[in-house]
Design a binder for this molecule. Structure first.
Ligand SMILES: Cc1cc2nc3c(=O)[nH]c(=O)nc-3n(C[C@H](O)[C@H](O)[C@H](O)COP(=O)(O)OP(=O)(O)OC[C@H]3O[C@@H](n4cnc5c(N)ncnc54)[C@H](O)[C@@H]3O)c2cc1C
Length: 353
């Protein structure tokens, strides 16, 4: 029997591998995806927040309009294809942490490009939710969250029907390279794209790239009688899940890179909750998860092929904002592979040479 021939083999069905598979299949490519059941997926634990002005300084990246447009288009296409919404727009309360941070907010308000993202400011006394917010804050627009577990599940079923989905771990020594491409697990392809998240560190071709993995933990808690109507974003964030359930996150740890939920993580998050709602007793915890954000030094992704082999590609490094940026960069990489359009310079791994 002849070996099945593909254009692209994708390793990893997190948000990055899923979005790339979608774009390539849409462009007419034959695609196979290998995934080990989200064994190390950060997408499956992430809160999926979309926050166009991230960080303490509310930085607006120059690529933001492209990111937002691609994300809006792709999540709408998924909603149409699967008959349900995965992206939930919701205004975000940005709680200021100091008088200095208020100045960053005021400066952001002077930028005409940022103004459409900013809604009214509030003081400690006029906060729209019953929160302890001594420095006040402001309401941010074009924010929301993506229901990543359900989105990945829907895409997994879709891949099973449309493409080849191999549900097991790929060992790097199973990959054979020759002049016409790659062969693994009895499949031949023109190229392989690693969308392997934080496991990139062990990748023999791309492990040397400057990935900065960061562990994060999240709790689900029950807070009866608080119909939270916003995403809250201060030192910690809260995302309403309905029926009194709230996702509460997240911790940041550069030193431990495992996926084990810890007592220390739970205590930190519950202390964060107590600081925001000192009037309430500690909430009941229903779930605790941990994962590793596949970040980079400059907070831009890692896209490109190996120096000595154009059949080996990486699509990774989406850090803490994959829900916002992955749809755009998946579109860019697909356009590059199919139509030889240039890769965005800020994401090209060539920037580290
Ligand atoms: C606590 C926490 C909170 C976060 N919150 C947010 C947020 O609010 N908003 C946001 O945008 N982002 C958030 N993120 C980051 C977000 O998760 C990432 O940006 C994004 O999901 C990365 O997706 P990925 O597909 O690159 O990696 P992953 O989701 O890690 O996917 C990699 C996949 O490849 C598989 N795999 C790897 N190697 C192999 C192999 N050899 N064989 C088979 N399968 C393999 C893995 O099991 C996994 O399924 C958060 C992350 C964490 C940990």
């Amino acid at each position: 029997m002849p070996t099945p021939r593909y254009d692209t083999l994708i390793i990893g069905q997190g948000l990055a591998g899923s979005a790339l598979a979608w774009q390539l299949i849409d462009a007419g490519q034959r695609v196979a995806v290998v995934d080990d059941g989200h064994l190390s997926s950060s997408s499956i634990v992430a809160a999926g927040l979309i926050n166009p002005l991230a960080g303490l300084r509310f930085t607006r990246r120059p690529e933001l309009d492209d990111w937002l447009a691609a994300a809006t288009t792709w999540y709408a296409a998924l909603a149409a294809a699967f008959g349900r919404d995965f992206y939930h727009p919701l205004p975000m309360l940005r709680l200021l942490r100091s008088a200095e941070q208020r100045r960053f907010y005021e400066r952001r308000g002077q930028d005409p490009l940022s103004r459409p993202l900013l809604d009214e400011a509030f003081t400690a006394a006029t906060c729209p939710e019953p929160l302890h917010a001594p420095f006040g804050g402001f309401i941010q627009r074009q924010t929301g969250f993506v229901d990543l577990p359900n989105l990945l599940d829907a895409l997994r079923h879709w891949l099973r029907e449309r493409a080849t989905l191999i549900e097991r771990t790929l060992r790097y020594d199973e990959i054979r390279l020759d002049d016409t491409g790659v062969e693994l697990m009895g499949l031949r392809a023109t190229r392989i794209v690693f969308c392997d998240g934080a496991r990139l560190r062990d990748n023999p071709w791309f492990g040397g790239l400057p990935l900065m993995p960061e562990k994060g933990e999240i709790l689900n808690v029950i807070v009866p009688d608080w119909p939270l109507r916003h995403i809250v974003n201060g030192a910690f964030w809260m995302v309403p899940q309905g029926d009194g359930e709230i996702r509460l996150g997240a911790t940041h740890d550069h030193h431990r890179c495992d996926q084990q939920p810890t007592d220390a993580g739970q205590s930190t998050l519950l202390a964060g909750f107590a600081a925001l709602r000192p009037d309430l007793p500690p909430p009941r915890v229903t779930q605790q998860v941990a994962g590793i954000r596949p970040g980079t030094r400059d907070r831009y992704p890692l896209i490109g092929h190996a120096d000595d082999n154009a059949a080996l590609w990486v699509f990774n490094g989406f850090g803490a904002r994959g829900s916002l940026t992955i749809p755009w960069y998946a579109q860019c990489l697909a356009q590059h592979l199919v139509h030889a359009r240039p890769l965005p310079a800020e994401a090209d791994i060539g920037r580290f040479k």
